[in-house]
Design a protein around this ligand. Sequence first.
Ligand code: PGA
Length: 256
Amino acid sequence: MRVPIVAANWKMNKTVGEAESFTADLPGDAELYKKVEVVVCTPFTCLQAVSKGLEGTGVKLGAQNMYYEDKGAYTGEISPAMLKDLGCTYVILGHSERRHIFQESNELINKKVKAALVHGLKPILCIGETLEERQAGKMEEICKTQIFGSLQDITAKEMDQIVIAYEPVWAIGTGVNASVEDADSTITFVRQCISAKYGTEIGDKIRIQYGGSVKPNNAVDYFKQANIDGALIGGASLKADSFYSIVKSAAEVCGC
Ligand code: PGA
C-alpha cells in the first residue's frame, strides 16, 4: 500500500514571520502525520524558521527548486547540500512555473533530479500539459516526454526516492481544477509509463500526486481514486487550517 503524500507549495509567498505563524497554527497531530506523509515546501528564506517550527511534529521540510552543482560561481543559486544542511527532505523539481517562466528544460531538470538524489534529497518531480497541448490532443505525449526526459539515467533503485506530481498547467492557481476522471486517467497513464520503463513493481510503488486548484472542498474526490496518492497544493496551503483539513481528508480516505 502506498502512503499518501500531501505537500504544500508556498511558491513566492510568506516572510519569515508569516512562516512562523503558519507552523505555530499547524496542529501537532503525530498520529495523523504517520498516516499521511506531509511536506511543507517553503521559499529558501523561510527554510530555517520552518525547520525549527516543524521540529518534532513529523511534518517534513522541502524546497521548491535548487541548482545541480555542489558549489561555486553560480550567483543567486542554491545547492542541494545547502538544502540538506537546513533540514530539507524533499525538493520540488520541474514545477510548471520553473518550466514556463524560467524556461527550465527536461535536460536541466534531469541534472537537478540526479544531484538531489546524490545528496539524499527526494525529488517531487512535476509534469503536466498546457491547455493548448491538451486541446491539441498532445497531453500524453507531453507527459511522457517530461517523465522520460527528467528521469533519464535514473535507476530502478533510485525511483524509490521519487514522487511524481501531475499538475496540468491550466489548473494551477486558476481555480479550474481538473475533473477527477481526467486527473485519474492521466495519472494512470503516467503510472503505465513508469511500469513500461521500470517494471510493474516500481510502477505500482511510485507515488503520484495530483496538483492544480486542490482545495479543502474538492481534495477528497481525488484521494478516493486508487491511483492518486495525495496532492501538491499551492494556494490552499498558505493557511494552516485549510492545509490541515486537506491532510485530514487524505488520512480519512487513503491513509494506511
Ligand atoms: P494551486 O498550485 O494549488 O494554487 O493551483 C498548485 C501548484 O502549483 O503546485
